[in-house]
Design a protein around this ligand. Structure first.
Ligand SMILES: [Zn+2]
Ligand SMILES: [Zn+2]
Length: 330
């Protein structure tokens, strides 16, 4: 089969992924063989490709927002031809203290799709059947792909920020994840304030009905109940902290952050303001979000790329050159 391989992380301008012919993957016990129909490109793929996340496999097929069809199944419960989603969390041990307390997103021994296990920038892949997500029938392959990481982790961020219906919520950064979450928040009657760089992201925020739109580190005119930061820059964390009211929560949705600048405790954290990170996802987050997405008819703006254009797709995301979610078609 054809696949996009990462052999050695290097800058995106040097096309870190190479398209090669490789042997078909063989499912391990408990895994299904899947024919990939579409695979979304996530910012985490960029961090992996350039080596900001440490390399875990000598050669890796990245990609962890996979819409696929089951072609070989270990169980009668999962018929051939079933359409499924595969996300970043590829498996957990089920036995560690975190798994046993309903926090499998923090598992001590997880596997990650497209990072510690080959992913979806390929014609075929394998995945644990107990980590496959059911896909709402109304959603086509291409539109479903960006929901599988950007969507699910964005949704988890709303939970970590303890967003309640009707609240004032800040979104710092307005890439694909935030563009999905504004629609969920609006369905919950929240008022959404967006701080983001780039005229095009600001325009999308206005078009999508944000209450107020500003620059990346601008503080909204009204005090917020909570805020979520999506930009991989610590400066926006400070801006988010400046924006929240007493008792407010800032949730950081970033697997990698340059640094958080020193800040003043007395004015930015005192009075029970909280700063939290968002790590990975649980299967329940995935199931809950996909059902919300189907309910509110959430359809992301998508730009498709061929498998041999996967480097261009990553470059477009890095340069904020695309206003939509990038999806690779094998
Ligand atoms: Zn991701
Ligand atoms: Zn565990």
């Amino acid at each position: 089969m054809r696949a996009a391989l990462l052999r050695k992380p290097r800058p995106l301008t040097e096309d870190p992924l190479t398209i090669e012919g490789v042997p078909m993957p063989v499912p391990a016990p408990g895994e299904a063989l899947l024919k990939v129909r579409a695979c979304g490109v996530c910012r985490t793929d960029l961090h992996i490709a350039v080596g900001e996340l440490p390399q875990k496999q000598e050669t890796l097929i990245p990609g962890h927002q996979i819409v696929a069809e089951v072609v070989e199944s270990p169980s009668a419960d999962l018929p051939i031809g079933t359409r499924v989603g595969v996300s970043w969390i590829g498996g957990t041990d089920g036995t560690c203290p975190y798994c046993r307390t309903n926090r499998e997103n923090l598992c001590d021994a997880p596997t990650f799709t497209g990072y510690t296990h080959n992913g979806g920038f390929a014609e075929y892949t394998t995945a644990r059947t107990d980590f496959l997500l059911p896909l709402p029938p109304g959603l086509n392959d291409v539109l479903a792909a960006p929901l599988l990481c950007a969507g699910i982790i964005g949704f988890r961020s709303l939970r970590v920020a303890e967003v309640r219906p009707g609240q004032r919520v800040g979104l710092f950064g307005f890439g694909s994840s935030a563009q999905l979450m504004i629609r969920v928040l609006q369905a919950w009657d929240c008022r959404v304030y967006v701080s983001t760089r780039g005229a095009s992201h600001q325009k999308i925020a206005r078009d999508l009905g944000a209450e107020w739109v500003g620059e990346a580190t601008d503080v909204p005119p009204d005090q917020l109940d909570s805020a979520i930061t999506f930009a991989p820059a610590g400066d926006v964390v400070i801006a988010a902290l400046r924006s929240i009211a007493k008792g407010g929560i800032v949730a950081i949705n970033a697997i990698h952050l340059d640094r958080i600048p020193e800040f003043d405790y007395d004015t930015l954290l005192w009075e029970e303001r909280q700063l939290r990170s968002v790590a990975n996802m649980t299967r329940q987050d995935g199931r809950d979000f996909l059902s919300v997405a189907a309910e509110i008819n959430l359809t992301p703006a998508v730009q498709t790329f061929r498998l041999d254009q996967v480097n261009q797709a990553m470059q477009a995301i890095a340069a904020d050159k695309t206003d939509s979610s990038a999806v690779v078609l094998p």
